[in-house]
Design a protein around this ligand. Structure first.
Ligand code: NAP
Length: 276
């Protein structure tokens, strides 16, 4: 088994994920895994970074596929005995003018952004080694969507005692409410992406709390973040940040020094903790 440190970035064949891998290849003292659901797109991205003189490694990962997550888990366990840095970056968003029915958008968006990200965490968090760093890429949109929720929902999402099961129930209810056409009546905002990212931010707060309760001596730091508005296929060419600029906050959180005991369980934007 290798003693080398290891970092994994989900959805890193393009966009912010690729920029995170590029930065980690330069700054992280260990192996960096570029992952992609499509091996062809993944290998092309690896080749691109190799041409820049960098040495990322590759592993297939489709976060929507539990078998794929478990194959990566088993590989990391066997080769490295765990992992040191996990960046949950993979995500999707329907375009604003997409005419797909809202209920379908809700189901598809929540499936990847919330439920699949949670599955990655369920399988990989137990492998994270002492002083490990976990970064869940959420969005400022989670905050604006939170403000668009009913007072009752806001209170639940801000609660310091909400459990993962309760969060899963709420995310499931959102999808069901969109199918019944009652989501606004039930206090939800009109944004599937926003609700999915509320899920990612709240999940991060819960996971950090569980780490405090169950693995306090391991000094693991876990946070959610917003990369900013970044020029990628998701956000388009008018966005204000380059992918490299978008990678700055996730990389800062991934490389928090071993002497740091904060931030932890926070929502971080522009390397600054924001109120939730
Ligand atoms: P992007 O250019 O569309 O890249 C998304 C990446 O996620 C791609 O590599 C994509 O792979 C991958 N992905 C999607 N579904 C996946 C799955 N099931 N399994 C594995 N990988 C999957 O988007 P981006 O702008 O870089 O976004 C990265 C993250 O930042 C997302 O979580 C997004 O919500 C968040 N974010 C972005 C912005 C922004 O302004 N861009 C702002 C706030 C937050 P394929 O190439 O195979 O599709």
């Amino acid at each position: 088994m290798s003693n080398v440190q290891v970092a994994v970035v989900t959805g890193s064949n393009k966009g912010i994920g690729l920029a995170i891998v590029r930065a980690l290849c330069k700054q992280f003292p260990g192996d960096v895994y570029l992952t992609s659901r499509d091996p062809g797109r993944g290998q092309a991205a690896v080749t691109q970074l190799q041409q820049e003189g960098l040495r990322p490694l590759f592993h297939q990962l489709d976060i929507d596929d539990l078998q794929s997550i478990r194959a990566l888990r088993d590989f990391l366990k066997e080769k490295y005995g765990g992992l040191n840095v996990l960046v949950n970056n993979a995500g999707i968003a329907f375009k604003v003018h997409d005419t797909t029915p809202f209920a379908v958008q809700a189901e598809v968006t929540l499936k990847t952004n919330f439920f699949a990200t949670r599955n990655v965490c369920t399988e990989l968090l137990p492998l994270v080694k002492p002083y490990g760093r976990v970064v869940n890429v959420s969005s400022m949109v989670s905050f604006s969507a939170l403000k668009g929720c009913s007072q009752e929902l806001q209170q639940k999402f801000r609660s310091d005692t909400i459990t993962e099961d309760e969060l899963v129930q709420l995310m499931t209810k959102f999808v069901e409410d969109t199918k019944k056409g009652v989501h606004e009546k039930e206090g939800w905002p009109n944004t599937a992406y926003g609700v999915s990212k509320i899920g990612v931010t709240v999940l991060s707060r819960i996971q950090a709390r569980l780490l405090n309760e169950q693995r306090r001596g391991d000094h693991i730091l876990l946070n959610a973040c917003c990369p900013g508005w970044v020029r990628t296929d998701m956000a388009g060419p008018k966005a204000t940040k380059s992918p490299e600029e978008g990678a700055e906050t996730p990389v800062y959180l991934a490389l928090l020094p071993s002497s740091a005991d904060a931030p932890h369980g926070q929502f971080v934007s522009d390397k600054t903790v924001k109120p939730w």
